[in-house]
Design a protein around this ligand. Sequence first.
Ligand SMILES: N[C@@H](CCC(=O)N[C@@H](CS)C(=O)NCC(=O)O)C(=O)O
Length: 219
Amino acid sequence: MNLYSYYRSSAAYRVRIALNLKGLAYETVSVHLTKHGGHNRRPEYQAVNPQMRVPSLVTDAGDVLIQSLAIIEYLEEMHSEPPLLPKEPLARALARALAQVVACDIHPLNNVGPLRYLKRELHQEQSAIDAWYHHWVIEGFTALEALVRPGPYACGNAVTIADICLVPQVYNARRLKVPLDSFPKIIGIDAACLKLSAFDRARPENQPDAEKLDDGASR
Ligand SMILES: N[C@@H](CCC(=O)N[C@@H](CS)C(=O)NCC(=O)O)C(=O)O
């Protein structure tokens, strides 16, 4: 399989974790999101994913999947072990809900496109954009801190899709210097997950396209 990814993309980071947890081999195809206005905007990538975002996963049969949560659910349906969703329906709903707090409510507001729009079209100062970023992370994390189960993971003693979404969002929050002292449970879950090789290998700094530069331009 080929994963169109960018080392710092938290949506791609989610899929890397899921692939690693499932023990599925894949090749990284790097799509730089900031160089030359974003290589994701090139026609060759638009032909892969008309939405021009990462991640996209191309299966061995050549099928293209987009949207990290849809890709993760596809992997779950094709490769049941280890499960990324609890068996019991209420617990499954909670795992999906926690994942969606990150993927549907925090991340879209702090994504590359909206932040660029605030800067370039609405002419906001960087300090206002940073305040916006911090606000939505803190609001979402406050809810998650109340919702997570006694650890070590977000839904108890097994890793789920909730952890897969949470860890990349914590990475982004740290990179953008959001104060996390009020979220001890989230910090504990992040630390427990990062002890697992599947999470560690998916970290941005462990990707083939990792860069040292941090221009704050891509989330
Ligand atoms: N909801 C999508 C979000 C994908 C997404 O927005 N990816 C960002 C990077 S984290 C991206 O490719 N942005 C490029 C752009 O907006 O130009 C998912 O979960 O896959």
